[in-house]
Design a binder for this molecule. Structure first.
Ligand SMILES: NC(=O)c1ccc[n+]([C@@H]2O[C@H](COP(=O)([O-])OP(=O)(O)OC[C@H]3O[C@@H](n4cnc5c(N)ncnc54)[C@H](OP(=O)(O)O)[C@@H]3O)[C@@H](O)[C@H]2O)c1
Length: 318
């Protein structure tokens, strides 16, 4: 018999959960390699970004909105190298370095694994000058920030209030709004105020005193309010939004139902993702990495994320 180390390995390591619940459901295990579809790539994962939605799906909070097939591997953000191409994927070749917000219709084969099936409609090439860790941190939150800004109509000279400015989405939104010529006021706890200044925002604390602090900075009110924090953030909207101003939330449907604005659910968009990646490669968009964990410590990565106070992004390297 051949020595164990030289036996052909057909499976892959992956983080899975077998039923809905807390992070105690997560285990590192061996799974069969993913099948490849006609318009899918199999990507060897180098780095995976994790997002609050990953644990919300695992907890079962999004049942009814998104189907999950158990056992499931979490993770929609991926950066890696194309290992196999599908029957009709002329855009990519084996060996290409790619990144993707690889959300399929059913949660099953995520990025916290050695291999991931990635629909071509979600993927773009990774430019030189951006690391795999930066690339994995970018897709879901970068696209959310960009699509929220586009839906808000924000432009040169707008004054914008960003709730949750120091998190994954907020950190990109502050920079993208500044790049579009907006004046940005962002909410975060005190420990993140210097960080927000570095990104280009005027920081204020959330909670009690927010309306006074925001009004002191923008007595005429805000043209745009972007809500990336949810909870009670939109309660101050009536006091802070200019007449004719626009509210966009990714966490509170009241943006639409009460304030006539938009509720955004981020969509994969490889062209937009390519533009964001190029901004990073050009040094125009900063990716703040709060922490990087190896795959066998991914449970600790989720524990940090679930505290709800990540500055920027957490990435798992595979
Ligand atoms: N609809 C969509 O398409 C979509 C897309 C992406 C995300 N989301 C949702 O949007 C939310 C934010 O996502 P994310 O990835 O940015 O999360 P995240 O990175 O985990 O957010 C952490 C940040 O939230 C800040 N924060 C916590 N409570 C706050 C409050 N009351 N007011 C202002 N800031 C607060 C923290 O700042 P401090 O440490 O300073 O407190 C921290 O910087 C999550 O609920 C997520 O599920 C929705």
């Amino acid at each position: 018999m051949r020595p164990a180390a030289r036996r052909l390995r057909l499976g892959m390591k992956a983080l899975v959960y077998r039923d809905f619940g807390g992070s105690d459901r997560l285990e590192l295990t061996d799974l069969p390699e993913p099948h490849i579809g006609p318009d899918t790539l199999v990507v060897r994962v180098v780095a995976a970004g994790i997002n609050p939605v990953d644990y919300k799906v695992r907890e079962g909070y999004l049942r009814g909105l998104i189907d999950t097939s158990l056992p499931a591997v979490p993770g929609w953000d991926v950066a890696g190298v194309v290992e196999k191409t599908g029957l009709d994927t002329p855009e990519f070749a084996v060996g290409d370095e790619v990144l993707a917000y690889a959300r399929a219709d059913v949660v099953q084969h995520g990025s916290l694994a050695e291999l991931m099936p990635v629909p071509v409609r979600t993927a773009t090439r990774k430019p030189d000058g951006i690391s795999f860790e930066q690339a994995a941190a970018l897709p879901l939150t970068g696209l959310t920030a960009l699509q929220s800004i586009e839906r808000s109509g924000l432009g040169d000279g707008s004054t914008v209030l960003i709730h949750g400015a120091a998190g994954g989405v907020g950190s990109f939104a502050v920079q993208l709004a500044s790049l579009r010529g907006a004046r940005v006021v962002g909410t975060a706890s005190e420990r993140n105020h210097d960080y927000l200044r570095d990104l280009g925002a005027e920081p204020i604390a959330y909670g009690e005193g927010l309306v006074d602090a925001a009004t002191a900075l923008a007595p005429e009110g805000f043209d745009v309010i972007l809500d990336f924090a949810g909870g009670s953030s939109l309660d101050s909207t009536g006091a802070l939004l200019k007449a004719g101003g626009r509210v966009v939330s990714i966490a509170d449907p009241r943006a639409r139902t009460e304030f006539g604005g938009e509720y955004v659910w981020v969509r994969p968009d490889p062209a937009q993702l390519g533009e964001l990646a190029q901004l990073v490669a050009d040094g125009a968009l900063r990716v703040e990495l709060a922490a990087t964990y190896p795959l066998d410590e991914a449970v600790a990565a989720f524990a940090q994320l679930e505290e709800g106070h990540t500055r920027g992004k957490i990435v798992v390297t595979v």
